[in-house]
Design a protein around this ligand. Structure first.
Ligand SMILES: [Zn+2]
Length: 124
């Protein structure tokens, strides 16, 4: 039996860990960072939480694709689980420039971007 890599404690339940799962969405391989108490079932591009799940938290690695971030990395997930925020690099195809934003934990959406705070690459 293979054990999934654990990246940190689930922020939304008592005993869950966020683990890395490899999935396919629209026939493209990507990663899902999901709570060990969240059992997601995938069919085509639909996903559904199974009835044994006691938590629903998950982050899709490609959830910021529309802002040209192809994949959220495991280190970024570790950071956001520890510090509740992580700096992410996005890319504007309109002005052809990269920019940085904070991403924070979001129970429903996995992570969400803090749009109204501008940050620089070297801000901590
Ligand atoms: Zn959980």
């Amino acid at each position: 039996m293979s054990v999934n890599k654990k990246l940190g404690k689930c922020p939304f339940c008592d005993d869950g860990y966020i683990e890395v799962r490899r999935i396919e969405v629209n026939a493209k391989p990507t990663k899902l960072y999901a709570c060990s108490n969240a059992h997601w079932e995938f069919e085509h591009d639909m996903c559904e939480l199974s009835t044994q799940s006691s938590c629903s938290y998950r982050i899709f690695a490609n959830q910021f694709l529309q802002w040209n971030k192809k994949s959220i990395g495991e280190n970024e997930i570790r950071t956001v689980l520890e510090e509740e925020q992580v700096k992410i690099r996005l890319y504007s195809s309109r002005v052809k420039k990269e920019y940085y934003k904070w991403a924070i934990l979001d129970k429903e959406y996995g992570l969400s971007i803090v749009w109204d705070i501008d940050i620089q690459e070297d801000d901590k």
